[in-house]
Ligand binder design. Sequence first.
Ligand SMILES: Cc1cc2nc3c(=O)[nH]c(=O)nc-3n(C[C@H](O)[C@H](O)[C@H](O)COP(=O)(O)O)c2cc1C
Ligand code: SF4
Length: 407
Amino acid sequence: MDRSQRLLFRPIKLRDMEVKNRFVHSATYEAMAEDGAVTEALINRYRTLAKGEIGLIIPGYMYVHPLGRTKNSQMGIHNDAMIPGLRRLVETIHQADGKVVFQLVHVGRQTTKDVIGETPMAPSRHRRDPSLFFVKPRAMTEEDIQVVIESFGHAARRAVAAGADGVQIHGAHGYLINEFLSPFFNRRRDAWGGSEENMFRFLKEVFGQIRAALPEGMPLMIKLNTNDHTPDPGITPDLARTYIAWLAEMGIDAVENSCGSGFSFMSAIRGDVPVDELVMMHSSWKKLLSRISLQRMVGKFDVYDGYNLEDSKAIKPALGEIPLMAVGGMRKVSHMEEVLEKGDAHFISICRPFIREPFLVKRIREGKTDEASCEYCNKCFGAIAHELPLRCYYKDDFRELLQKTQP
Ligand SMILES: Cc1cc2nc3c(=O)[nH]c(=O)nc-3n(C[C@H](O)[C@H](O)[C@H](O)COP(=O)(O)O)c2cc1C
Ligand code: SF4
């Protein structure tokens, strides 16, 4: 191994959590839970990934409250009955010498009445999203806000009880925390909106509840949008810098910066737009509208090496020495090394390449340094939207597959 390659395998500590290398499995929804609970399929998936030598594994987003879930096959951390399954998940990863951080989410407006049984909630009642959920949410009451803030604290306590090594707040991709932070979604004029301080208040309260539930040595991190890419301005890199400066003062332990929301979700993942696969989710008028809006995204967001790094530069001054996790299009080993070498990030965070190649890190350590073989076709994303279990679907005929699996 040469020097720069050794950097990829240099251990790093966040509070008491020592990670054996710089690779992070970025949170990836698996569509494998049953009513929120961990299943054998999830255990098997994470056993394989941990054996693949990924230093830090962040499993798919876990909902902190039943009204804060997008799908029934999403993992939940919303009640104590979830703890034994989550503990098994943690032990499986620990047995293979990996570390595990839970990503906590409330999905806000990005769900449907079919799933949660009522109109989804958001900071404000504003504008139907055009392609995935078609939801015009109801505005949260003061009581709703307090309930959700407390739910994050309870979820963090359960993460500790399950033995997780840390917690990541999901503040990206248009979910509830992102919605409060964004002037596009948050139109409130009370204590929770109207100024940057007020829009930040919800995250500040959530952060406080979580930090209070974690032992001193346990790191608390965040995945935050540095660009919402909404039709009117939401979080921009400049606004993100302000938020990061406040998070730094509050003692955040690491930041993973991403982008996009239900209004432009392809910016988060880039690559091919799985139009046919996603349109098949809908019936009646939604099919046509969804096709139109999805087709508008074709060619709009290019996938290239480290596509969020440009926006990372804007938040770097506010971050100081706080470690950054670079996510998005990390597939060339030489590029990963360069990112670490130049100090642009401390971690290399990867999602799709690990779906296709769970043993990617192991093979890089063994000196087989070809770029990751993921084609960014996004059929895996199309599949989980239908709650098909996560795997690489690159070679599948999707229409045939769905016909086979649907009753
Ligand atoms: C199938 C799939 C599921 C995802 N699930 C999550 C998730 O649960 N939480 C999250 O923060 N991001 C999620 N993402 C986004 C990824 O974590 C990551 O930010 C994005 O895919 C860019 O990384 P990549 O280029 O290495 O795939 C998901 C992406 C895909 C393709
Ligand atoms: S289906 Fe496979 S090749 Fe396509 S984006 Fe997903 S992991 Fe990559």
